[in-house]
Design a binder for this molecule. Structure first.
Ligand SMILES: Nc1nc2c(ncn2[C@@H]2O[C@H](COP(=O)(O)O[C@H]3[C@@H](O)[C@H](n4cnc5c(=O)[nH]c(N)nc54)O[C@@H]3COP(=O)(O)O)[C@@H](O)[C@H]2O)c(=O)[nH]1
Length: 880
């Protein structure tokens, strides 16, 4: 029998019982009012009383029946009296709520309600004018029926969830009799519901974590549902944005729309999920990557009915992919070799550059340990330190020599790093390296360039100085001697200028080789530049050994040198300084050896000379002048003076000899005797001589243009100038630049120089004469002229050296020589000029001999241009 039927039977019984009770009450009332009535009435009453007893019995039976019926239900059945107290409960209720009969009518159901709910019920009733002992009953009473979910405290002290249905009961007269409450245990349902909620929230959380949303569309109605995560991915406000398909399509990047549409269409024809990655473009320009995966389901008629899909934000993943791709391409395209090992040191990956540097393919090394490349260059200690640093600091870097597959050793610059997992355990070692070979070669090359002379491959000044300092440190301890030998080559410039630089270079190489052959292996021989060489003798026992080495060098130079096809006789001079007496450091010793070289040269070629402090003044002065002369031209300290020249026949001023002067800013006038030889040695004579030529020609042209009777400007040429410059071109250019006609220019070349290089010089002299320039042999009588050569020389004039004139008329020899020179010159049809005429006697003597021209202090000292011009103005054509 079901609950509803029981309920209806119970209700009819109760109605019957209520009716009987009412009848009984009426009878009793009647009896009390009519006590006096007759026995019939009593009998009737008894009969009625019996009937009532029977009815009560029946009622009791029915009540039992109701109880049994109530007990058959699994729900809690509670009958409440009109005052809301419990009147009857079923077996189940008694067990669950642990409540028994005697106190039943004193208790209300609210006692078992959860306090929160009891409070909530009470609150919902508000303030009532009568006392409320059962808010629950009051709530039922207020509405007549009541349904709600409540928790009731069980006898086991646990609350369980119940679905409460209650209704007020009325008797047949419509009077309120109480209420019936049926409480169905919904705890399992509740638990299931909670589990469901929990699952749903887990799903939501999982979707949130995975950035994965799901959606579903009913293709018949187009109705769309989506999960919260979809809104988050599409950045939609879930509360104000009902799911529609256009919302899913709108933010798709325009470039990806075609692909998306194509995929949706495709999904309708296949019965497997379709996956597509595409971009979402937001209004602010941001781009998100999403991965959509969807499938179309079909109905029983095989028509597409539902589109179900997921959408996942894969922006971060994509970024990682891009970074991984980048990392992979960096790994592969790195110019560094890269090697990755596992924690056990076994190679798990190498890149292309690794293979290029070490020659092993990946297959040949994977699974091996880097010990495979050991070159044997490093000892065990090296590797021990490497590993201990790696373990302590997590990284190591340094130079390491490995062996290529072909057996070659290769220097590498290695950086090794340990990679650890989140728990700090090393999981990988990454070695990054590059080949140092080229760098080392370059460094060696740079070192060689910095420390060695590129022409001879001898150490240069820098290396020599460093070695000298080292050697000095050593001899300070050993108290031995140390010597520096400074030498240069005689006439090297001449070789260079006359035979060309390639021959000069070859000669320097040959000299370097010879010096190396002469000296011991441990001695240092260096080239300082030009034709200067320097030798270091260290740990020398005594002076004799130094002298012996110097002599050996000089003797070594006695043999000619071969430079190309030329056999060259080249001498040298040597200056020597010693530690400790001549200097305590390399720079001083080198400087003093250089000074000693000057001293050696002053003694004559092919000598060696120890540094002597007393003899250095001249050498120092020479060094000073050498450095100052380089600046003289720039500082415009050079000037020229003009010494008048006269025709003896008529005492007529015919021209001037140009004489160079150096007006030093601090030291005043420096005479040419002091600096011409320096200018020649340094080659400075070339620019200086050109400047003199320019100045003189421009001045001559000025005087000519001014209308003076000026016939000749005599300019001195140095032999070095002739050898080291293109004299012909220079003269031609100067005449062109200044506009001076060539026949106003006379070039003076010393007899000594002409005779030294007679053969070669004849050609140059001929060319110069061909320009129209006159040539004079200067200082005639001091050189050893061969008459044969003299005859062939293309010259116009002989200038008798001042030394033959100065002692006239006291020295009869000089007078005889002067006479002979004048005769010789005239025989060769040359003009003869006497230099250094200081007295009237000398002038008269020369006139008597028929000497053509003269110059000297008797006529005038060399003059500045302005003074000479006054001479020209005052005495335009003859001596006063
Ligand atoms: N290559 C070049 N050499 C030059 C140039 N300028 C000068 N020199 C040479 O320098 C040497 C010294 O010259 P300087 O001191 O100028 O002496 C000259 C005259 O001043 C001097 N002289 C002239 N007359 C007299 C005299 O009566 N008495 C006397 N004691 N000295 C006198 O003689 C020098 C001229 O010599 P020379 O050239 O031989 O005619 C000297 O060798 C110059 O050549 C130059 O530009 N380039």
């Amino acid at each position: 029998m079901n609950d509803a039927r029981l309920q209806s039977e119970l209700e009819s019984l109760q109605t019957e019982i209520a009716a009987l009770r009412m009848a009984n009450a009426a009878l009793e009332q009647q009896m009390s009012l009519n006590a006096w009535q007759n026995d019939d009435l009593l009998r009737t009453l008894e009969l009625q009383s019996n009937a009532l007893r029977e009815a009560g019995l029946r009622q009791a039976n029915q009540s039992d029946f109701i109880q049994r019926v109530m007990d058959t239900t699994g729900a809690l059945m509670i009958l409440l009296g009109p005052d809301g107290h419990l009147r009857r409960i079923n077996q189940r209720c008694s067990e669950i709520l642990d409540v028994t009969g005697p106190q039943l009518d004193k208790r209300v159901l609210d006692e078992w309600l959860h306090p929160d709910e009891r409070q909530a019920l009470s609150d919902s009733l508000g303030q009532l004018p009568w006392p409320v002992h059962s808010p629950l009953f009051e709530a039922v009473h207020r509405a007549g029926t009541y349904t709600s979910e409540h928790r009731l405290l069980g006898g086991d002290a646990h609350y369980r969830h119940y679905w409460l249905e209650a209704s007020i009961q009325y008797n047949q007269q419509g009077k309120e009799e109480g209420a019936v409450v049926c409480a169905t245990d919904i705890t399992p349902l509740k638990q299931q519901q909670e589990r469901l909620h929990h699952s749903e929230s887990l799903l939501r959380e999982a979707q949130h974590i995975a950035h994965l949303g799901h959606w579903e569309q009913d293709l018949a109605t187009s109705e769309l549902t989506w999960s919260e995560e979809v809104c988050r991915i599409f950045e939609l406000d879930a509360d104000h944005c009902p799911p529609t398909f256009p919302i899913l399509i709108d933010p798709v990047h325009p470039d990806d729309r075609a692909a998306i549409n194509k995929a949706y269409l495709a999904s309708q024809t296949v019965d497997k999920p379709i996956t597509i990655d595409h971009r979402l473009l937001f209004a602010d320009g941001r781009v998100k990557w999403v991965r959509k995966c969807f499938i179309t389901h079909r109905d029983a008629d095989d028509r597409p009915s539902r589109l179900v899909g997921t959408v996942q934000d894969i922006t971060a993943e994509r970024l990682i992919d891009e970074q991984l791709l980048l990392a992979a391409s960096v790994f592969e395209s790195s110019l560094n070799g890269i090697l990755i090992t596992d924690a056990g040191g076994r190679i798990i990956k190498v890149n292309q550059t690794f293979t290029e540097i070490l020659g092993y393919s990946p297959e040949e090394v994977l699974g091996h340990k880097p010990g495979l490349f050991k070159s044997g260059y490093h000892d065990k200690d090296f590797y021990r330190k490497l590993w201990s640093t790696l373990k302590l600091a997590g990284k190591w870097q340094g130079e390491i020599w490995d062996q290529r597959k072909n057996g070659e050793c290769v220097p590498l610059w290695q950086s090794i790093s340990a990679v650890s997992d989140s728990e700090g355990h090393v999981i990988r070692y990454i070695g990054v390296f590059y080949d140092l070979s080229e760098q080392k070669r370059t460094a060696e090359h740079i070192h060689h360039l910095a420390y060695y002379d590129s022409l001879t491959d001898l150490p240069n000044r820098q290396l020599f100085t460093e070695r000298c300092e080292l050697a000095l440190e050593n001899v300070r301890r050993t108290h031995q001697l140390l010597a520096v030998l400074f030498l240069d080559l005689d006439r090297f410039k001449h070789v260079n200028d006359s035979l060309g630089h390639p021959v000069g270079d070859e000669l320097l190489r040959a000299v370097a080789q010879r010096l190396k052959n002469i000296l011991r292996h441990g001695d240092t021989v260096a080239r300082l530049g030009g034709d200067e060489f320097i030798v270091l003798l260290d740990d020398v026992e005594n002076l004799e050994i130094i002298e012996h080495v110097a002599t050996k060098i000089l003797e070594g130079f006695a043999k000619p040198f071969m430079a190309r096809e030329h056999k060259l006789e080249i001498g040298t001079s040597i200056g020597i300084s010693r530690y400790p007496e001549d200097g305590k450091d390399a720079t001083t010793l080198i400087k003093h050896a250089d000074l000693a070289l000057y001293q050696a040269k002053e003694q004559g070629r092919g000598m060696f000379q120890f540094y002597d402090v007393r003899l250095t003044e001249r050498a120092k002065e020479r060094l000073f002048l050498e450095s100052e002369l380089r600046e003289a031209l720039v500082r415009e300290e050079l000037l020229v003076h003009y010494q008048p020249q006269y025709s003896l026949a008529d005492d007529r001023l015919i021209g001037a000899e140009v004489l160079l002067r150096w007006h030093h800013s601090e030291h005043g006038i420096i005479p040419p005797d002091k600096f011409i030889s320096i200018a020649e040695d340094t080659g400075l004579i070339v620019p200086i001589g050109e400047w003199v030529l320019q100045t003189a020609c421009r001045q001559a042209k000025t005087w000519l243009a001014a209308g003076y009777d000026f016939q000749r400007m005599a300019v001195n040429l140095s032999g070095v100038q002739i050898e080291r410059s293109d004299m012909l071109a220079t003269v031609r250019q100067v005449l062109k630049d200044t506009g001076l006609p060539a026949n106003y220019l006379e070039l003076e070349i010393t007899e000594t120089y002409i005779m030294q290089q007679a053969q070669q010089n004849i050609r140059i002299m001929e060319d110069l004469r061909a320009l129209g320039v006159a040539l004079a042999v200067d200082d005639f009588g001091t050189g050893q002229s061969s008459l044969g050569y003299l005859k062939r020389l293309p010259v116009d004039k002989l200038k008798i050296d001042r030394s033959f004139i100065m002692d006239i008329p006291q020295d009869s020899n000089d007078m005889a020589i002067t006479r002979a020179i004048i005769a010789l010159g005239h025989n060769l049809h040359l003009t003869v000029l006497a230099e250094g005429v200081e007295t009237a006697e000398q002038s008269a003597f020369l006139k008597e001999l028929g000497c053509d021209e003269a110059q000297g202090y008797y006529y005038s000292r060399p003059l500045e241009a302005a003074s000479y011009e006054r001479f020209l103005k005052k005495r335009p054509a003859s001596v006063a």
